[in-house]
Ligand binder design. Sequence first.
Ligand SMILES: Nc1ncnc2c1ncn2[C@@H]1O[C@H](COP(=O)(O)OP(=O)(O)OP(=O)(O)O)[C@@H](O)[C@H]1O
Ligand SMILES: [Mg+2]
Ligand SMILES: [Zn+2]
Length: 252
Amino acid sequence: MKAVSEVCPLCAGSGWKVVPDAPERGVKRCDCQLRARSDAIFVAARIPKRYEHCELSNYEFEGSHLQLAPARMAACRFVEEYPVDKTGLMLVGTIGTGKTHLAVGIAKALIREKGIACLFYDYRELLKEIQNSYNASVQTTELALLKPVFDAEVLILDELGAVRPSEWVWDTVSLILNTRYNDNRTTIITTNFADEPAASVSRSLSPARASRDETLGDRIGERMRSRLHEMCRIVRMDGADFRQRFRSASFG
Ligand SMILES: Nc1ncnc2c1ncn2[C@@H]1O[C@H](COP(=O)(O)OP(=O)(O)OP(=O)(O)O)[C@@H](O)[C@H]1O
Ligand SMILES: [Mg+2]
Ligand SMILES: [Zn+2]
């Protein structure tokens, strides 16, 4: 049974509202429909609980965080210009500078303001999902299982390079990113690794665990790094670790 208060006062449940005045005169989708859609795509975006508080509006970029102002500005401009400009963003910086916060803030703004379907994936989760999509009995990856990652209008890939996958898993990551590029779909990436070419250490010789001075080139290879430069604008985010600040902040 539907309570009276649940019936939308604007459209009385029809989903359409009358706009009496020019220039938009006519019948339009009611606000309640847009809200319902944004609620649905919000759930589908799979933003982790831990980052639910992250908004562009509560991202600090003044005072001692002034060096983060250009990154926030790039994020706001991205939201404004999407989908006219579909170039993605790659947020590159040291730990705790708010890369994930900004990426989630972008996704939430796109959902709320433009009804764009976004999908959040931690890189490790994606690798796991790729592994799970491998069907041993026919010895192939069932790409259909990864369809949401291929198809998401905007994919947020958090912590690219954080772990190093086996070769066939990496091939699937490449396929996903390249297919998204070819289909003109937008990818927002965050990474801790400096956006620099691979050092001379060969991929197979470097350890699975990231060493401090490894570059993005070391972690994902020059070929993919150059592809990401075509797909994304690079946004540098350097500064103090926000988590340290919260830990040492005094309350009261
Ligand atoms: N500029 C900021 N304004 C407000 N809160 C921030 C800001 N930067 C980070 N935070 C908060 O600090 C915490 C850590 O930020 P976040 O996880 O986004 O950092 P990160 O750069 O993604 O770190 P990592 O490299 O470890 O992934 C989060 O709770 C986030 O909301
Ligand atoms: Mg992060
Ligand atoms: Zn309504």
